[in-house]
Design a protein around this ligand. Structure first.
Ligand code: 5GP
Length: 218
C-alpha cells in the first residue's frame, strides 16, 4: 500500500479505563504503524522503575507543572490518581513538524479537552469487554501486575464513570482479543490517513499533473 503519510498531521487520542490494556495497545500500534509518534506528557508523579525522564514522561515538580499550566503550555491537563498530567502543545508541534502523526494516550478528562480544542482530533476509546474481564485483569492472574484487592472495586467504579463518557469519542475498540484490537486500531489510523481532507494536496497535485500532461499533448 502507498505508505506516504498525510502532509497535514493528525492528532489521535487513545483513552481507556485503567487495566484495559491501553499501554500494551499503544506499544503494539506504535511498533506497527510508521510515522506515528507518542506525545511525551509532563507529570508530577515519580518515575517508576525503568522509566526515563524525557522518554516515558517529562517528570516535573508541582510548581513547574502549575507554571506551565498557567502559561498555557498544555493542550490539555488533568489530575489523575492524585498526580497531575498534561500534554504540552509543543509535543504536537514537534511531531507534526517531522511529518508524523501524534498519538496521545491520555485519560477521559484530557480527551474531552482535546476534543474541544482540536476539532480534527481523532478520538479512540478502548473498552474492556465486561466488568468480569476488567476485574480479572486488575487482580492479575500471576500477581505480578496485580492491583491490591482493596483498590480493585474503586478502579471498577472509576472505570464505570469513564466508560459512561464514550459518546465523546469517534471510535470504540473492544479489547477482548489483543490481536484484534491492535488490527482495529491500525485500521482506524490507516482510514484516517486516507481521508480526502488529509490528502487534499496530494489529490490536487495529481489533478494538476493530469491537467499538465493534457496541456503537453495538445
Ligand atoms: P500512569 O501514571 O499509570 O502512567 O498514568 C495514569 C493515567 O494518566 C493513565 O490513564 C494515563 O493515560 C493518563 N495520562 C498520562 N499522560 C496523560 C496526559 O498527558 N494527560 C492526561 N489527561 N492523562 C494522562
Amino acid at each position: 500500500m502507498n505508505s506516504r503519510v498525510a502532509r497535514q498531521g493528525i492528532a489521535f487520542v487513545l483513552s481507556a479505563p485503567s487495566g484495559t490494556g491501553k499501554t500494551t495497545l499503544a506499544v503494539e500500534i506504535l511498533e506497527r504503524v510508521q510515522s506515528l509518534t507518542r506525545t511525551i506528557s509532563c507529570t508530577t508523579r515519580s518515575p517508576r522503575q525503568g522509566e526515563r525522564d524525557g522518554v516515558d514522561y517529562t517528570f516535573v515538580d508541582q510548581n513547574r507543572f502549575f507554571e506551565a499550566r498557567d502559561a498555557g503550555e498544555f493542550l490539555e491537563w488533568a489530575r489523575v490518581h492524585d498526580n497531575y498530567y498534561g500534554t504540552p502543545r509543543s509535543e504536537i508541534e514537534r511531531i507534526h513538524g517531522v511529518g508524523s502523526d501524534a498519538l496521545m494516550v491520555i485519560d477521559v478528562q484530557g480527551g474531552e479537552q482535546v476534543r474541544e480544542r482540536l476539532e480534527d482530533a481523532v478520538m479512540i476509546f478502548v473498552l474492556p469487554p465486561s466488568p468480569e474481564a476488567l476485574r480479572q485483569r486488575l487482580e492479575g492472574r500471576d500477581g505480578a501486575d496485580s492491583v491490591a484487592g482493596s483498590t480493585v472495586n474503586l478502579r471498577l467504579r472509576n472505570a464505570t464513570e469513564e466508560i459512561s463518557r464514550f459518546l465523546g469519542y469517534d471510535y470504540l475498540v473492544i479489547n477482548d482479543s489483543l490481536a484484534e484490537a491492535v488490527e482495529e486500531l491500525q485500521a482506524i489510523v490507516v482510514a484516517e490517513r486516507c481521508r480526502r481532507t488529509c490528502r487534499q494536496e496530494m489529490g490536487q497535485d495529481i489533478l494538476d499533473s493530469f491537467r499538465a500532461s493534457l496541456g503537453d499533448s495538445i
